[in-house]
Every structure is written in C-alpha cells, then in structure tokens.
Design a protein around this ligand. Structure first.
Ligand SMILES: Nc1nc2c(c(=O)[nH]1)N[C@H]1C(S)=C(S)[C@@H](COP(=O)(O)OP(=O)(O)OC[C@H]3O[C@@H](n4cnc5c(=O)[nH]c(N)nc54)[C@H](O)[C@@H]3O)O[C@H]1N2
Ligand SMILES: Nc1nc2c(c(=O)[nH]1)N[C@H]1C(S)=C(S)[C@@H](COP(=O)(O)OP(=O)(O)OC[C@H]3O[C@@H](n4cnc5c(=O)[nH]c(N)nc54)[C@H](O)[C@@H]3O)O[C@H]1N2
Ligand code: SF4
Ligand SMILES: [Mo]
Length: 914
C-alpha cells in the first residue's frame, strides 16, 4: 500500500492527495482525494485498494462535485419552542441544552423515554460512542439504526443458519465462482465496481453461469445467462423448489451434510412438498427454467450467491436468507474458493454497525442484549454495574412509540427517517409531536431537519476520520482531507462531548468514560471488546492499516494477516459447531394484488442517486441519467387504464398517495410497478415514495417490507403546467422557491447542466394558480426585471418568459403549456439566443419551431457527457460497443453506463432480426 498522507502532488505548492474511502455503498472503494487543504478538487480510484484497484463508479468519481456548501449545515441551531423558528447558537449552549433536556427527561420518565436512531453511514468510532452513551450512561437499549431497513434480515439469517453474523466470502470469490446466483440485487446500479469486476471475470470465463432472480429486468439481468423474473416475494418457494430438484437428482453433498450440519431431515421433508410444478406456478416461471437453475447450482464445482434488498426488505426476509443459505449447506458450497452465501451490504459501514452492536437487540462484539453473560461482559468492560435488560425498540416500533408519545427525546444521526421509513404520514406526525428532536446532520436540507429542535452540524465525507468495514469484512482507514466547513464537527466528537455533559449531570462522581480525544482512542477501546469473538479484530490498528493496507476480520492480536474466507474447516460458531438447516415455509408478501390495489409496487435504487439525495442532489450531473421520479408500469397496464406514457398519475396505496409521471416500461411485468426510492418531500411535492410503503415487518428481523406495496394508479388531470429553469446559486434558489410550490398538486425539482448548474422545476395543477403566487415565483426566478422577454396571453392562460444576458438564456419560465421546454433547455445549454427564439417569444404560438420532439434528453454516459440519443444514432449507423466507445467516448471511464449501452445494442439487434 502506497500512502502519501498530505504529501504534495502534481502542483507541489497547492495540491495534496489523501487516500480515503468512498462514502457511498458497501463495496467500500478506496479513493485518492485531491485537494488544496481547503477544497476538494478531484477524486480518483485508489489503485492500491483491494476493493476496487483504482476503479470508481459514476457516484464515487463525482464525489468532488457534490456537497455544495449552500446545502451544508454549518452552525448549531436551536428552537426554543414548537412553532418558533430555529436560530443559530454555539456548541456549548447547544450541547448543554441537550444534556439538560435529556437529564430531565430521564429523571421524569425513565431511561426508555429517550431513543437514538442512527445510521450505517456512521464510522465505527461514531457507532461505538453512541452505543456506550445509550447503554452505559443513559441505560436504554433504545438505539437502532437504518440498518433495520437494510441488513437486519441478513444479520438474523446468518446467525440462525451459521451461528454468527459474518459474510464468509471475499470479493475474489465472486470472480472465481463457476455458478453465481444474484438474488434481489441490482448490483449494476447498487454495487457497480463489484459488478465491473464480475463483468470482467465473465468476459474472461464466458462459461461461468450467472443466474439473476429479480421480478424486474435490470442492467444486472442483462449479464445473466438465466433471468428468473419471479413474482414478487416468492423467493423462499423458489429456493425450496431448487432444493427439491437437488434432492431428486442426488446433487447434494451428503458427507458435508453429515459432518458439518444439523436439521437436514426436517428441511428435506419440507422441500419434498415444493414440487417443481407448484413452485413454477407460484413463482411465475417455467419448470424448465427452474430445472436449469437447480442443475447449474447442483453440478457446479463452485457456487456463490449474492443478494441484497430484494431478499432482505420483506416480511419473509429472514426466511429468504436462510432458504438460500440452505442451498449452500446442502451442496457443501461454503468455506472454499469461489463459493459461499455472500450478502452484499448496502451502506458503507453497515458492517461496522453490526460489529459495534448498533441495533437495539445487539451489543458490541456481535453480542446480544438478551444474553445475560454478554451484558455483564460489556458492563464490566465499561465499568458499570449492569447494562439495561429491557429490549430496545427497533426502527418501526421506535417511531410508533414516538407517535404514541412514549419517546420524549429522540436523537437522530446521519439518517433521514422523514424520507426513508415506510408509512411517511405517520413518521411526519411522530416527528412533529415529539417534544425534543435532535438531528445530527451534514446537510440542513433534509426532510428530517425540518423537525429538528436542535440541529447539530456534522462533518462529512473528506472531513472526518475513523474506520469502516465493507461487505467482505475489510476494514479501511477513512482519512480527512480538509477541515469541516463552518462549525461542523465529526460525529464521534459531537456524541462524546454530549455524553460528557450528560454524565456530569447524571453521575457527577464519575467523569471519565467519554474522555476520548481522537477517533483512534475510541477504536482502541472498542477493538478489545471483539477479542475472542467470531469477528475478533483486536489485532487491527490505524497504524497497521496505514502500513499494510485495509484488512479483513477476524484479525486477532498476533495475527499477521486477515481472513479472506470463513468456515474453511466446516466448523461453525454454533453450540454444536455445526451449521443449521432452517425449515421455514414460504409465506406470501403481506399485500396481495386485490381489486382496489391491483398492482404491486416495488421500490429501489437508480444508478446515480443515493437515498434521499442530500449529497447526490447537489451535483447537477447526477440528474442527467434520470431527471425525475418515474413510475415504471408495463404498457399493458397503462393501456388497460387508458393512460399514456409520460402522463401524470395519482398513485394510491392503503396509506397515502403521490402524484408522479408514469413511464411505459416492458422491464416490469404486468401487475407490477417500480418507483425509485430517492424522492422525498424536498425534491417532489408530497411525502415521497414512502408515503405509499407499508411498515409491516419480518417477525424475526423486524425489517419492513419496502419492496411490495399494493397500489393503484389513475390519471391525474392537471392540464395547467409550469416549467422553469434558472441558472446559478441553485441551492439558495431551491430553498427560496420550494415553499411556493406547496399549493400545486404536483411539483418536482432537479438540477441540470455541466458547466453552469441550473435548477429546473416542473409543476402541474388543475387550473392556473393565483396571479400573486405566480408573481412571487417569477421574482424568485429573476424573471421580473432587467433583460427579460415576456409573452403573456391572459386569455389562454399561457405565459413565456426568458431572461437573456450576454446573448444567452440565464432563466426561463413557461406557464400554462410547456411544449417548448426541451427546445428552450437545449438553447440554454448551447448558449444560443438566436432569431428563431426571439420570433417565437413574441408570437402567440407555444410549439417550438421544427423540433424533434422524440429526443429523450437523457445522458447515459456521465463521465463523457454522451446522450442516449447520440448512442442510438451510433447504433443506427451500425456501430458496436467498441465502435461507440471509439467514436463517442461513452463507457470509456467509470463504465457505469456500459450495461445499459449493451442492452440498447441487444434490443436493436433483436428488432433488426424480428
Ligand atoms: N446507486 C445507488 N447505489 C446504492 C444505494 C443508493 O442509494 N444508490 N444504496 C446502497 C444501499 S444502502 C443498499 S441497501 C443497496 C441496495 O442494493 P440493491 O438491493 O441491489 O438495490 P434495490 O434497487 O433496492 O433492490 C434490488 C432489486 O431487488 C428487486 N426485488 C424486488 N422485490 C424482489 C423480490 O421479491 N425478490 C427478488 N429476488 N428481488 C426483488 C428489485 O426489482 C431490485 O432490482 O444499494 C447500495 N448502493
Ligand atoms: N421505499 C424504500 N425505502 C427505503 C429503501 C428502499 O429500497 N425502498 N431502502 C432502505 C435502505 S436499505 C436504507 S439503507 C435507507 C437509507 O435511508 P437514510 O438513512 O435516510 O438515507 P440517507 O439519505 O443516506 O441518509 C443519510 C443522511 O446522513 C447525512 N450525512 C451524510 N454524511 C454524514 C455524516 O458524516 N454525519 C452525519 N451526521 N450525517 C451525514 C446525509 O446528508 C443524509 O441525510 O432507506 C431505506 N428506505
Ligand atoms: S462502487 Fe461506487 S458508490 Fe460503491 S464504494 Fe465504489 S465508488 Fe463508491
Ligand atoms: Mo441500505
């Protein structure tokens, strides 16, 4: 590992390079941050990091373009009473106030009247500080994290089947597998650099078999030899059906089963009842496809599976996990090269959260709250008499308790529950009612910040130090490149500072449990809690990572290297030392298609956005792949409802409704719909995608069913439309303009542009809004004074306004009708303001002169700025992938767009041969 900590690079005077990691997904790529000590200038993949060997995806490679300071929380802010505005305060006052409120609440209502809701995006040191604070000082297990929405089914699955929460594989195993089953994971979008590694492995060894199980066709399924588009939620039946065939054909490993497992008899009896015909029918696939899947698994010398939210986010999430692990145990495909059940982690440090015990039922070092021995071990280490015994609340129950008034003080860090939890109506009500809400956030713009009585500005990526563990159990050292802006502080520092103040109020006699000067001190204290446990990482230190590179646990004291693969000897951390087969029946998703809600709504990720978009939503470029939230529905379902592609629809579930644009999409099967998870109340009028989803959860993991909600759609007749674009100061303008769109039935907000970012607004309403409201909007858009050309037709309620400065458009707004929007946006992009524009502006016509209205305007390749239309043109000229790369440059940098280009080539080839 080659480290140049803060050493000069290129321009010796100014530019420095700091190696760190990407703050997005669980792949955990190493980055080299190029900066001048004040600003981050560029980001490159770290060629020495074993997760990515220099590669980055479209999100990682644009990190330096994100994080607009105008969107950052810079100072602590305090609200002195509900209904009042927050005002700026200093750190001492902020944290003293919080400590007093917490101390008082605890005295009056007891330890379980407060709660902490934290995040898989915190660093291990931050997590550890919160854990010690909640359990040792406050005395509550009400500490849960957004990993409850993400990984908790995998945690329970691993523990039930294998005895410990440990993904047993390495990334290299993915490259070495002979048969790879990818279930409920769109890794082309969600774990792109791993997907690049898989694409390369598949190109080198084309007979490697890839099976993808996903109700939708995705960029990931495009790489598959077999795509099983099962009915939503039927994975358990599928896996039992595969086992049935393995048993029938004798493709199981008896000696492995006999020596290393228990419970096979019960599972065998269950699997026998999952006949291929019944499973094929239940899952909506053919018996042939099921047989092929079983054969490829059963005959494979090395079988590896990857899975993510399509399995975990389900009311049968745990059963899906254990049913898949059963297949590995039955075939002995675990603990060897190229094999094993490999759960992909979502967030960059979801693993660290599990290790430090940051779910309400866990304790540090993979321990359990329910285990008295575990509690006393940790209590002794922390020097307290006992740890709380009462079970803590998990995310859904926690917000329910807030709603019922049981939680009087809530501390939220590094997560945005007012966007990401299911049943948003209730979540917003809960937050509004809660007597004291603290939000520790890097960006003040999130939906949750609105409810903060105390907003604590947190340092973010590039500004903080600590460690993270990626999907393959590898711990990296996250290093700061620049100081945090304003008065923002690192999370560990905020948490321990608050803890010291609370400790002084609650236990003035002790004052030493939170005296940490550095994150390293937290890590050093924490790591010994893992000694002797399955995840033993007590041999790892910052210095070791800095000199020998990121390491995979277990790595006990005295070890010289980490552990790439677990269970190589077939011994498992269960009481008997054997892995366990779990025999659980298939149970259907909670909301089945029925008359009022005949469609099943699936939700998930887009390629270029991250969750609630607090960071990715500050980079205009990241909107160019998908500009607004589109509900994908099969063309037949649109036709049945007489709906047209691009129309606004009202989407209704049992919990709420939302207005979005619909897209005819053959990638989803009839009866299903897909909506990206990223849009909350800020970027879209309404309470966002999760106003529709249900809080029903898996009985064991308590992970909610975010992937299957019953919905219906109907045409939203909103003929009056608005389209606006305004250049410069995008975050400030967004803040100023957003409130004006509350009265509209529909409004969505996005950024656009490369050199000169602009804010774009699309809105719609049943009739023209108030003149006064429109005037306010025009003023905020800078379209009332100066070089503005305007045409208003009061009779037809149509208006066009364009601001022209130095011969180019800098702002525009169309009201009533917006047919010319794409043409105007192109003129803006090209910096043109020619005669046709001026003539059109002065005429009553709304249609633009001679335009190709079919153009999509979508950018496929973000790195090289190549549009879908240009690529379609290239394909029409007969170019193949290499030809397109050479002539257009697309796909030559991060590679995130290559799967989609390949799909376009495939479908062009298909339509030619048809
Ligand atoms: N670009 C991007 N990448 C991300 C993130 C992001 O926000 N943006 N977030 C990160 C995080 S925290 C996470 S958890 C991961 C999530 O990563 P993934 O889980 O890969 O992503 P999703 O799009 O949520 O869902 C994956 C797939 O599950 C499918 N699915 C839905 N229902 C079912 C079902 O019943 N069975 C099966 N087999 N499949 C089903 C969906 O159609 C979808 O294609 O992504 C991480 N990476
Ligand atoms: N419908 C639907 N809903 C879903 C999902 C789905 O698939 N479908 N997926 C679920 C899953 S898997 C997940 S993981 C969740 C994610 O849901 P959230 O946790 O709400 O997602 P983020 O938007 O990433 O929230 C992280 C917040 O931390 C802030 N932040 C960034 N860096 C720092 C920092 O260093 N310190 C602090 N204090 N704050 C920081 C960011 O600005 C952001 O607001 O969403 C869940 N919700
Ligand atoms: S795959 Fe992309 S988002 Fe994930 S860590 Fe790597 S660069 Fe970041
Ligand atoms: Mo996640």
């Amino acid at each position: 590992m080659n480290i140049h900590l803060h050493e000069p690079f290129r321009d010796a005077a100014a530019t420095q390079i700091t190696p760190s990691t990407c703050c997005y997904c669980g792949v955990g790529c190493g980055v080299l941050i190029e900066h001048d000590g004040v600003r981050i200038l560029d980001v490159k993949g770290d060629p020495d990091h074993p997760a990515n060997y220099g590669k980055l995806c479209s999100k990682g490679s644009t990190l330096h373009l994100t994080g607009d300071l105008d969107a950052r929380a810079l100072y602590p802010e305090l609200r002195l009473g509900k209904g009042l505005a927050r005002s700026r305060t200093d750190w001492d006052s902020a944290l003293d106030h919080a400590a007093h409120v917490f101390a008082e609440t605890l005295r009056e209502h007891g330890p379980d009247s407060v709660a902490f809701y934290i995040s898989g995006q915190l660093l291990t040191e931050d997590y550890y500080a919160f854990n010690k604070l909640a359990r040792a000082l406050v005395g509550t297990n009400n500490l849960d994290s957004n990993s409850r929405l993400c990984m908790s089914s995998a945690v329970v699955g691993y523990k039930r089947s294998l005895g410990a929460d440990a993904p047993p594989c390495s990334y290299e195993d993915i490259e070495q597998a002979e048969t790879l089953l990818i279930a409920g994971s769109n890794m082309a979008y969600a774990h792109p650099v791993l997907f690049r590694r898989l694409e390369e492995a598949k190109a080198q060894r084309p007979d490697m078999k890839i099976i993808v199980v996903d109700p939708r066709r995705t960029d990931t399924t495009a790489l598959a030899d077999l795509h099983l588009a099962i009915h939503p939620g039927t994975d358990v039946a599928l896996f039992h059906g595969v086992l049935h065939i393995l048993l029938r054909e004798g493709w199981i490993n008896h000696s492995y089963i006999n020596t290393h497992t228990e419970g096979f008899t019960a599972l065998k009896a269950l699997a026998r009842t999952y006949t291929p015909a019944m499973v094929a029918e239940l899952c909506g696939i053919t018996v042939d496809a099921l047989n092929t899947c079983a054969r490829w698994i059963g005959m494979s010398p090395a079988f590896l599976s990857l899975w993510c939210m399509g399995l975990n986010q389900s009311s049968a999430g745990t059963a899906k996990n254990t049913a898949l692990i059963n297949l590995h145990l039955a075939t002995g495909q675990i603990g060897k090269v190229g094999a094993g059940p490999f759960s992909l982690t979502g967030q960059p440090n979801a693993m660290g959260g599990r290790e430090t015990g940051s779910l309400s039922n866990l304790l540090p070092g993979h321990r359990e709250v329910a285990n008295p021995a575990h509690r006393s071990e940790v209590a002794a280490y922390w020097g307290v008499d006992a740890l709380p015994e009462a079970p803590g609340l998990s995310a859904i129950d926690l917000f329910d308790a807030v709603h019922r008034g049981k939680i009087k003080a809530l501390w939220i860090a590094c997560t945005n529950p007012a966007q990401s939890l299911p049943d948003q109506t209730k979540v917003h009500e809960a937050l509004a009612k809660c007597p004291f809400v603290v939000v520790q956030e890097a960006f003040f713009t999130t939906e949750t910040c609105r409810y903060a009585d105390l907003l604590l500005p947190a340092a973010s990526w590039g500004e903080k130090e600590g460690t993270v563990t990626n999907s393959e159990r590898r711990i990296s050292h996250v290093r700061p490149a620049i100081p945090a802006p304003g008065e923002a502080r690192p999370d560990w520092a905020i948490t321990t500072d608050f803890a010291r103040r609370l400790e002084a109020l609650l236990h003035p006699e002790v004052s030493n449990r939170f005296r940490f000067e550095t994150p390293q001190a937290l890590f050093e204290e924490y790591k010994h809690l893992t000694a002797g446990r399955d995840l033993d990482l007590s041999g790892i230190s910052y210095n070791l990572i800095d000199t020998q590179g990121p390491q995979q646990w277990p790595f006990p004291i005295g070890a010289t290297q980490g552990t790439p693969r677990l269970y190589t000897h077939g011994r498992f951390p269960t009481e008997s030392g054997r892995a366990r087969f779990i025999a659980e029946e298939y149970a259907a998703a909670k909301e089945q298609q029925e008359a009022h809600y005949p469609l099943t709504l699936n939700t998930g990720r887009l390629r270029d956005h991250w969750h609630g978009m607090s960071r990715t939503g500050t980079a205009a470029r990241l909107f160019s792949h998908v500009e607004e939230p589109l509900l994908s529905v099969h063309p037949d379902d649109l036709q049945d409802r007489r709906l047209l592609n691009g129309q606004l629809v009202k989407v209704k579930s049992r919990r709420g409704s939302l207005i979005v644009r619909v897209e005819a999409d053959e990638n989803v099967r009839p009866g299903q719909a897909f909506l990206p998870m990223h849009w909350g109340n800020r970027f879209l009028k309404g309470l966002g995608v999760n106003v529709l989803t249900l809080p029903t959860y898996d009985p064991l993991s308590k992970q909610p069913e975010l992937k299957h909600a019953g919905i219906d759609i109907e045409h939203a007749e909103l003929p009056w439309e608005l389209y606006a674009l305004v250049e410069g100061d995008v975050q400030k303008r967004f803040e100023a303009l957003r409130p004006f769109f509350e009265p509209f039935s529909h409004a969505s907000f996005m950024l656009t542009g490369r050199e000169r970012p602009a804010l774009v607004i699309r809105a719609a309403h049943a009739e023209a809004p108030d003149r006064a409201l429109l005037d306010q909007i025009m003023t905020a858009l800078n379209l009332t004074e100066g070089p503005v050309m305007a045409y208003d037709d009061a009779h037809r309620q149509i208006g066009k306004r364009v601001r022209l400065e130095n011969g180019r458009i800098t702002a525009l707004c169309l009201t009533g009708e917006t047919i010319a929007r794409r043409w105007l946006k192109e003129l803006w992009e090209e910096g043109r303001a020619d005669q046709p524009l001026r003539r059109w502006l002065l005429a009553p016509l709304s249609t633009p002169p001679g335009r190709n209205m079919a153009a999509s305007g979508k950018t496929l390749c973000n790195c090289m700025n190549v549009s879908e239309d240009a690529i379609r043109g290239g394909i029409a000229e007969g170019l193949d992938l290499n030809g397109l790369k050479q002539s257009l440059g697309c796909g030559t940098q991060c590679g995130s767009c290559v799967p989609e280009i390949k799909r376009m080539l495939q479908s062009a080839a298909l339509s030619q041969s048809a």
